[in-house]
Design a protein around this ligand. Structure first.
Ligand SMILES: [Zn+2]
Length: 357
């Protein structure tokens, strides 16, 4: 019941009862428990058009709990504190003291100690995370770091750890543009290309704990090389540093966007090829899953604005049905979203109770 209101927003009691098939006595009992525990509040009464009877609105009491979300990069720690509805109430951003796991754990514990009464912590990073253990995070030089257990030992606060793109996918699915959808694909473009998949209302995880990795599908066998040595995979066109190193003087991403918009032929070619590769990636993901929505976001989103036409061409060349069936939702990205999605991970882990303490 709490999840229903959290994901879909405040709604009348009668609607919750109908959605969850609850009897009136059960509804009354559960509501009372959630109100007594300070998680839900009863708000104004609203007339329901279907029955004409008044029904009390139920709202989540956001300030009842606070969560710390942390995103780790190669050299910085981005943190956000949110309430139970994933609204950000505070942020912290600091350079990492070192990338040694013990130092990073101590630094996160120090940040956590500055916020009283945290219900849970969620930490995200680019890498392979399995049951709270960072199996591999290349950019930090980590292999098999039991980050979750070390953080629980250091903070005594329940903690969840996950891959950043998977956490972002879940955050969008509960609190963002994908709220309440049963199927969705999230694609992030930027330093790397990430994919997250929701099927039947659940985040897809493979048999070995690996997330879906669509970013290495072949676009053109004569294309550039990606970091894994694939020639012409979607990543090889889309990763920011691969795009930039093809340009004269290796400009910043902003400069490169400026050149492409100004019609510089070299920059145009790089952005157009990336746009086409993105279209193939979107079309292929849609072929696999026929999702309700494809959510496109990430710090490299300017690529879409620069070369939208080529994205559409890539979709047209790869998608096996009418491209109008693809609901492509382009979501502006702010780097703070990464830390917020760490907090959303903590909220999700708390409410689904798969959180060790
Ligand atoms: Zn590749």
């Amino acid at each position: 019941m709490l999840l229903e209101v959290l994901i879909h927003g405040a709604m009348p009691r009668a609607e919750i009862a109908a959605r969850l098939h609850l009897s009136r006595p059960t509804l009354t009992r559960v509501t009372r428990t959630l109100v007594l525990n300070g998680l839900l509040v009863e708000g104004e009464t609203q007339l329901r058009s279907s029955t004409g009877r008044p029904s009390e609105m139920l709202h989540v009491r956001g300030d009842s709990h606070h969560f710390l979300g942390v995103k780790l990069t190669a050299d910085r720690l981005y943190a956000a504190v949110t309430d139970l509805t994933a609204q950000v109430v505070d942020t912290v951003d600091q350079p990492l003291r070192s990338t040694d796991p013990a130092d990073v754990v101590a630094q996160i514990a120090d940040v956590a100690a500055t916020f009283p009464a945290l219900t849970a912590i969620g930490v995200t990073l680019g890498g392979i995370v399995h049951h709270g253990e960072v199996a591999q995070a290349e950019f930090l030089g980590w292999v098999n770091v039991p980050l979750r257990d070390d953080l629980v030992a250091a903070t005594a606060i329940p903690t969840a750890v996950d891959n950043d793109v998977q956490a972002l996918t879940s955050a969008e699915h509960w609190f963002g543009a994908g709220a309440g959808l049963s199927s969705m694909v999230l694609i992030t473009v930027g330093a790397g290309v990430g994919c997250g998949v929701i099927v039947d209302g659940k985040l897809v995880r493979g048999a070995h704990g690996l997330p879906p990795r669509l970013a290495h599908i072949l676009v053109d066998p004569s294309g550039p090389l990606c970091g894994y040595g694939h020639r012409g995979c979607a990543s090889s066109y889309l990763m920011t540093h691969v795009m930039l190193r093809q340009l004269d003087g290796t400009p910043s991403y902003e400069e490169a966007v400026g050149r492409a918009l100004a019609g510089d032929p070299e920059a145009r070619r790089v952005f157009d090829n990336a746009g086409y590769a993105l279209g193939v990636l979107i079309g292929t993901a849609a072929n696999f899953l026929d999702p309700q929505k494809v959510l496109l976001t990430g710090e490299g989103l300017a690529l879409y604005e620069v070369s939208e036409g080529r994205v559409r061409e890539g979709i047209g060349a790869s998608f096996e049905a009418d491209p109008a069936l693809i609901d492509l939702d382009v979501q502006p990205f702010d780097f703070s979203e990464w830390a917020r999605s760490g907090a959303a991970l903590a909220i999700r882990a708390t409410l689904t109770q798969n959180l060790p303490t």
